[in-house]
Design a protein around this ligand. Structure first.
Ligand SMILES: Nc1ncnc2c1ncn2[C@@H]1O[C@H](COP(=O)(O)OP(=O)(O)OP(=O)(O)O)[C@@H](O)[C@H]1O
Ligand SMILES: [Mg+2]
Length: 456
């Protein structure tokens, strides 16, 4: 059972207009055992984190335009660890863009008048607060943002988040695979930060970028006079990483001649600086990363099998961006917020077409490519909403131009395209695809039948 220790449970309340504030007055009457903390702008929302509230109630304003939708998403982004509940009026239910945002960011919603649903409201809020509190006690957040700096809400990334915590709790080598730009280094740093070595250094070595003749000295250091130009003793990265983590990045690009040197070090934890005959010992944890398929490299004898097994104790694969469903939009918002914090940027959000284009793109450069496109678009855009053109992405419907005979056909094609993409992005999970598109599962099944799409 969840108890509310230390007084009344609190909720953060957000209302933008007069009608919203009236709804809040009703809420207060209906929830006498609760403390209401008003957060009517972004700043108080940020500081609202100190109020011990676990639930945020967002009263949707009477008039809803794009700026109100942006405001709702921004508010949620500022405190994703809270459980969000919306209050809408019956008229709002027909506003599709609004309800899409509500279902995307909120745990639940209630329709006014609240007096009619008072019992249910109390039950849902109590349950939601208990659930959110439990999650906070267990150190889990909605998108992992605060703890790890990693935006991770889709199931695939939540698994990564869980692995980070598991792997941080032990002290053996980790091997991180995944395409370029997926966030391998970010994950390695998160493991370090969450581990008992967090006070120690995190030293990264790019194994593919060190010139062949400097590799040994770069890694293990050298003594004065070891070679021409060695004017004094110099510590290598391995010694500098003592007490912390040595991150062997792009390990798959390491030439065979160097692989054996690393292997020797991993086997007994000792090494000799170049030019020295004294073995030194350090206490480092190894985390390696690569975009190369190491099992294939081992098969083709480009990578030593013994080294592979030494490094591949705790494996994980960071999924490519195209497999992260609605996280694509969440990340795009996240990087837009970052761009807005750095410079004065007009853009406040993404147009519906831009959101669709983000899902249709294949993202060969993954998160790094998304950062570049969003940063550039934030600067280039003329309006308050970023368009597909600002992102240098094809306009979702424009792709079908040329062969289109009429509007109906264009609509059908676009519909089919979006459904297929949502299914791909959710690894063919109908519930997730439905959430992504803001429709019910039944609608997805109807669309599958209509377009003759089969899920194997
Ligand atoms: N889930 C995420 N949330 C927030 N930022 C992310 C996420 N994934 C990646 N990034 C950001 O994307 C950029 C690329 O990440 P990182 O350098 O860790 O990727 P990588 O897999 O090591 O790439 P490369 O193969 O190019 O070295 C970084 O700026 C990182 O902060
Ligand atoms: Mg990297």
């Amino acid at each position: 059972m969840v108890e509310f220790r230390g007084g009344k449970p609190s909720f953060l309340a957000l209302a933008l207009d007069h009608a919203g504030r009236e709804v809040l007055a009703t809420l207060r009457c209906l929830l006498p055992g609760w403390r209401c903390v008003l957060a009517d702008d972004d700043a108080t929302l940020g500081s609202g984190k100190d109020t011990a509230a676990f639930v945020a109630i967002l009263v949707v304003p009477k008039e809803v335009g794009q700026s109100e939708l942006d405001w709702m998403e921004r508010a949620h982004l500022a405190a994703p660890e809270l459980l969000w509940v919306a209050v809408v009026s019956p008229d709002h239910l027909a506003n599709v863009p609004l309800m899409k945002v509500v279902t995307a960011v909120c745990h639940d919603f209630f329709t006014t008048p609240l007096e009619a649903v008072a019992d249910k409201l109390r039950a849902v809020l109590t349950h939601a607060a208990g659930f959110a509190r439990l999650r906070a006690q267990l150190g889990q957040h909605d998108d992992g943002n605060e703890q790890t700096g990693i935006v991770a809400r889709c199931p695939a990334m939540r698994r990564i988040d869980a692995l980070i915590r598991k792997y941080a709790a032990v002290d053996v080598p980790v091997m991180i695979g995944g395409e370029s730009g997926t966030g391998k280094e970010l994950v390695a740093r998160a493991i370090h930060r969450a581990s008992r070595r967090s006070e120690g250094p995190f030293i990264a070595v790019n194994c593919g970028a060190i010139p062949e003749n400097l590799f040994e000295s770069e890694l293990f250091g050298h003594v004065k006079g070891a070679f021409t130009g060695a004017l004094k003793d110099r510590q290598g990265k391995v010694a500098i990483a003592d007490g912390g983590v040595l991150f062997l990045d792009e390990i798959g690009d390491l030439p065979l001649s160097h692989q054996v040197k690393i292997l020797r070090f991993l086997q007994d934890g000792s090494f000799e600086p170049v030019g020295s005959s004294h073995a030194l010992r350090v206490d480092v944890r190894i985390i390696a990363a690569t975009h190369v398929d190491l099992t294939a490299a081992v098969r083709e004898q480009r990578f030593r099998e013994d080294l592979f097994y030494r490094l591949n104790v705790l494996p994980m694969r960071v999924p490519p961006l195209r497999e992260r469903g609605s996280d694509i939009e969440l990340l795009a918002e996240h990087f837009l917020t970052q761009a807005r914090l750095k410079t004065s940027v007009k853009a406040r959000g993404f147009s519906a077409e831009a959101r669709q284009a983000l899902h249709l793109h294949r993202w060969p450069g993954n998160v790094r490519e998304l950062i570049n496109r969003v940063s550039k678009a934030a600067v280039m855009t003329e309006g308050s909403l970023i368009t597909p053109e600002d992102l240098d992405l094809p306009h979702p419907v424009a792709e079908t131009r040329g062969s289109v005979v009429n509007l109906q056909e264009a609509r059908e094609r676009a519909e089919r395209q979006v459904v297929e993409q949502a299914l791909r992005n959710s690894s063919f999970n109908v519930t997730q695809a439905a959430n992504m598109l803001g429709v019910s599962r039944m609608t997805i099944y109807r669309l599958l039948e209509k377009h003759g799409i089969r899920i194997e």
